[in-house]
Design a protein around this ligand. Sequence first.
Ligand code: FMN
Length: 394
Amino acid sequence: MNNLDIYPQTDIQRRKFMEWIGLSSLALAIPGISLSGCTSGRFQEVEKQDFKNVFDLERLSRKVMGDDAIEYLNGGADDLKTVKANLEGYDKIQIRARVLIDVSNISTKVELFGQSLETPIILSPVGFQKFFHQEGEVATAKAAASRKHQMMLSTVSNYSVSEVAAAYGPNLWFQLYPTPDRKITKILLEKAEQAGCPVCVLTVDTPVVGNRETSATTLFKLIDAGELKMGNLDGILPEGMKFTDMTVTWEIIDWLRANCNMKIVIKGIVTREDAALALLHGVDGIIVSNHGGRQLESNRGTIECLPEIVEEVKGRIPVLIDGGIRRGTDIFKALAMGANAVCIGRPFCWGLGALGQEGVEIALDIPKAELIRDMQLAGTPSIEKITGDFVVVQ
Ligand SMILES: Cc1cc2nc3c(=O)[nH]c(=O)nc-3n(C[C@H](O)[C@H](O)[C@H](O)COP(=O)(O)O)c2cc1C
């Protein structure tokens, strides 16, 4: 655990550091630590340590996972401008704290889609989690369930939706990539419903995969060698067929309504115009997302997209947000700007890669503890109290 002095100590330094590592795999050559990630298997054993923040988990995950896995996880489109915009968007917002308010009892509960959730911090769908840890989505599901966080499962999970639901419980949300063949998409919906999923999260920002220049060679090799299965798609997706459909249009919402009973949440909305169309087509919720900066380059940060969408929606359906959320204050700011809940992607995967289920639990405990402290310091004992009055945008 020595020789990690290179790792920066302040939040701003950390963000800058993350930008830098995103741009250069040279950062993987931290002196004194072998980062090959390939001892006997793909993963290295590590000592446990105290984790002060999610960046500490990220640092450990670098030591444990191979270079390819960390590049796949932290990478984004082109020159990572959207990845950076997601992070930097939060730096443009400041909090207006109130004082002399009883903050001895803090509630982080929220209501979403007929469910009562203990916390507004939700796990974004992330594909191929076995690439980060042998137990993949099952470890994530056990951690999310033990800490009472809502989890979304990717279409391209390594474990199947029924296996993950068995580890998580009945309220897993299923993220759907519409395949080019509706018969296959229908089978996916049936699998999700049989597993008890109440919500289908339709990802709409991926007609094609974004231009990610960081290599994920090992991932593709493992998939080709049959070592990393696609739990939901293997056996139903014909060889050579992509799992995303570039012909899909707004008609898919009506098709989903006719073909499943799940609530339909649309993920990947970044404009007022598309929020209006989503409402017109009767979706049950919106996730403001740019896929963590992995799809279109030069998007705005999602927190910068949020206000126009909240304004358009006017409270008629829940609006969630993901992208670049790393701190309790980021969560606070997103809620103050009108989000009903927030989702996180990479941070829980750092935990998964570092320590499996326990690491995901730590990755969920840290932002929740930070949020509670921030709510106490800002004078907002419940989530409903966090309103636009508590932030200013520079
Ligand atoms: C490695 C990786 C894989 C992802 N896979 C999916 C996926 O299968 N489906 C999806 O809708 N979004 C996927 N996403 C996007 C996330 O759901 C989420 O939008 C993003 O990670 C949020 O940004 P953050 O990582 O900065 O928190 C993926 C993101 C990452 C980092």
